[in-house]
Design a protein around this ligand. Structure first.
Ligand SMILES: Nc1ncnc2c1ncn2[C@@H]1O[C@H](COP(=O)(O)OP(=O)(O)OP(=O)(O)O)[C@@H](O)[C@H]1O
Ligand SMILES: [Mg+2]
Length: 339
C-alpha cells in the first residue's frame, strides 16, 4: 500500500485507501506549554492526550492543545510558520514529529511509500523550503517509510482534476501560504507560492480591529460569509476587506508568473480552489469575478471549490503515491512477461 500526508502550517492530515474509501486522520499542528505542577495528573492520564513531558513542563500537542490552552489561560504555539518549520520554534521539532507519528501510524509493511506535501518556494519572501523538506524526509525515513515530496499545488491537481486529465490550475489557500500550480497532462508547468494565507488575514484583521488573533480566527471559522453587506467597522467587515486583498494579491502574482513563463495562449483551463481559507461561502464567486478581470493569457472554463477543502492535499498526495505504485506494478509485470 501507499500513503499520503499533508503537513500544513495549521493542519496535518494523512490519507490511506481502505477498499473503496479514503481514510483521513487529522490533527492541528499546534501545542501549548503548561507547568507540570498546575496540571492534574488525571488530565493527562486520559490515554489519547498527545503530550511530551520535559522536566517541570508538559507540552500538550495537536487537537487538545487549544482546549488545554483555554483551561490554563495560555496561548497555543505552532511548530510551522508560513508553510515551513518555524525558525522561532526550533524546540517544537519533537512536537511536530509526535503529530506526524500519530496521524500516520506505523508503515504497513516497513518501507511503505508515502508522498508528503511540501510548498513551492515563495516568490514574495526569502524563505527557502529545502531545510523543511529535508527535515520532514528524515522524520518519515526514521519512522520506517519511503518518503517522496509532492508539491502542494500539484497535489491539488491530482486530487481534483482527474476528470480533466490532470490539466488545469490548482490553488491551495492554506494558513501560512497560498500554493499555485498550473499543470498540463500531469506535468507541472508553473508552480509557486506566496507567503500569505489565512494567518495573514487573521493577523491583519486583529491589528485593524484590536481583537486578539485567536478571537478573529474563531469568528472567521464560525459561519463567516464573504458578502460585503454586513458589519462594516466590525471584525467580519475587516475580514472581508483582507480576504478581498488576499485574492487580489494572489491573482496579480498569477498574472505576473504566467506572463513570465510564456504559457500557451488561448487555452480553456479549469480552476480549482481549495484549502481551509477557501471555505467561506462566497469565496469562489469572488475569486472568479477577480480572475476574469485579470490580465491572464488563457480562458477559465470553470472555477470550482471542493467539498472538503482541508483534505484535498492529503488526498492528492495519496493519489500520486498510488499512481506511482500502479505504474511500478505494471512495469514489473511487463518485465516478468518479457523474461
Ligand atoms: N470554515 C472556515 N472558514 C474560514 N477559514 C477557515 C475555515 N476553516 C479553516 N479555515 C482557515 O484555513 C486555514 C487552514 O487551512 P489548511 O488546513 O488548508 O492550511 P494548512 O495546509 O495547514 O496551511 P499551509 O498550506 O499554508 O501550510 C486557517 O487559516 C484556518 O483559519
Ligand atoms: Mg496546505
Amino acid at each position: 500500500m501507499a500513503r499520503g500526508i499533508d503537513i500544513g502550517t495549521m493542519n496535518i492530515v494523512s490519507a490511506k485507501q481502505e477498499g473503496s474509501d479514503t481514510l483521513f486522520v487529522q490533527q492541528r499542528n499546534s501545542f501549548v506549554e503548561i507547568d507540570y505542577s498546575d496540571m492534574a495528573e488525571q488530565m493527562l492520564a486520559r490515554s489519547d492526550v498527545l503530550h511530551i513531558r520535559k522536566g517541570d513542563q508538559v507540552y500538550v500537542v495537536g487537537d487538545d492543545a487549544l482546549n488545554f490552552a483555554n483551561i490554563f489561560n495560555q496561548e497555543t504555539r505552532r511548530p510551522m510558520k508560513q508553510g515551513i518549520l518555524s525558525s522561532e520554534e526550533q524546540s517544537a521539532i519533537p512536537m511536530i514529529k509526535l503529530i506526524i507519528e500519530q496521524v500516520l501510524g506505523e508503515p504497513e509493511p516497513a518501507g511503505e511509500r508515502v508522498y508528503y506535501s511540501t510548498p513551492a518556494d515563495p516568490i514574495d519572501s526569502e524563505l527557502s523550503t529545502l531545510y523543511h523538506q529535508k527535515t520532514l524526509e528524515s522524520f518519515l525515513s526514521d519512522m520506517g517509510y519511503d518518503p517522496e515530496p509532492i508539491n502542494e499545488g500539484m497535489a491539488v491537481i491530482y486530487s481534483e482534476l482527474a476528470d480533466s486529465n490532470f490539466t488545469g490550475l490548482g490553488i491551495s489557500f492554506g494558513a501560512g501560504m497560498t500554493n499555485v500550480c498550473l499543470s498540463y497532462y500531469a506535468v507541472p508547468v508553473m508552480t509557486f507560492s506566496v507567503a500569505r494565507g489565512g494567518d495573514w488575514v487573521d493577523g491583519q484583521t486583529a491589528t485593524a480591529t484590536g481583537e486578539t488573533v485567536d478571537k478573529v480566527t474563531s469568528i472567521k471559522e464560525d459561519d463567516f460569509r464573504l458578502d460585503f453587506t454586513t458589519d462594516a467597522g466590525g471584525v467580519e467587515g475587516a475580514l472581508s476587506i483582507y480576504y478581498d486583498n488576499l485574492l487580489d494579491y494572489v491573482i496579480s502574482k498569477i498574472s505576473e508568473e504566467v506572463n513570465e513563463e510564456d504559457v500557451e495562449e488561448g487555452l480553456d483551463v479549469p480552476v480549482v480552489v481549495t484549502g481551509g481559507t477557501a471555505s467561506p461561502t462566497g469565496f469562489e464567486g469572488l475569486f472568479e469575478e477577480r480572475f476574469e478581470q485579470a490580465d491572464i493569457p488563457f480562458n477559465i472554463s470553470s472555477v470550482s471549490k471542493v467539498d472538503d477543502p482541508l483534505y484535498s492535499v492529503g488526498r492528492g498526495a495519496l493519489v500520486a503515491a498510488r499512481s506511482e505504485e500502479g505504474q511500478q506494478a505494471e512495469s514489473d509485470a511487463s518485465a516478468e512477461a518479457e523474461d
